[in-house]
Design a protein around this ligand. Structure first.
Ligand code: ZN
Length: 143
């Protein structure tokens, strides 16, 4: 089934009508079986509005698909963050300092740590043989 928005050339009425296929529409039109609901005119044709509307809704679908994709990734990151938050201690800007104190002073911690570090910090830590991992982080709107 296909829905066409039809426009009457005589009285400018627009109305929706269902057809089995676009071929059926052409066939009925040829046989003069499509006429205006109001004035009965046979000068009824597919409205030019219809394809425009279809394009618009298609791009909207595309857009919402991208949003869905983004939300899915965001959700995965959130789940990851949730895991880290409950299994690691947040040390914020002190990450490099805390990482060193664990490494050098054998400071005991029940949990691992996570926090913010600059690229320079990470490079220096790596050179000192301290393992770090960079993870994607999304600021949580709910916090
Ligand atoms: Zn009409």
């Amino acid at each position: 089934m296909i829905k066409y928005n039809l426009l009457c050339d005589k009285c400018n009425l627009t109305f929706d009508s269902w057809f089995a296929s676009s071929r059926e529409f052409d066939k009925l039109k040829k046989k003069k079986l499509i006429n205006c609901h109001i004035c009965g005119s046979l000068k009824v044709d597919k409205s030019l509005m219809a394809p425009k509307l279809m394009n618009k809704s298609r791009s909207q679908t595309e857009e919402s698909k991208n949003i869905n994709k983004y939300n899915k990734i965001k959700k995965t990151i959130y789940q990851y963050q949730k895991f880290i938050k409950s299994n690691f201690d947040y040390v914020g800007e002190n990450f490099a300092y805390e990482a060193r104190s664990i490494h050098y002073n054998h400071k005991k911690r029940n949990k691992g740590i996570y926090g913010k570090a600059s690229k320079k910090d990470l490079k220096e830590l790596k050179e000192e043989g301290i393992d770090t991992q960079i993870i994607p982080w999304v600021e949580n709107d709910h916090n």
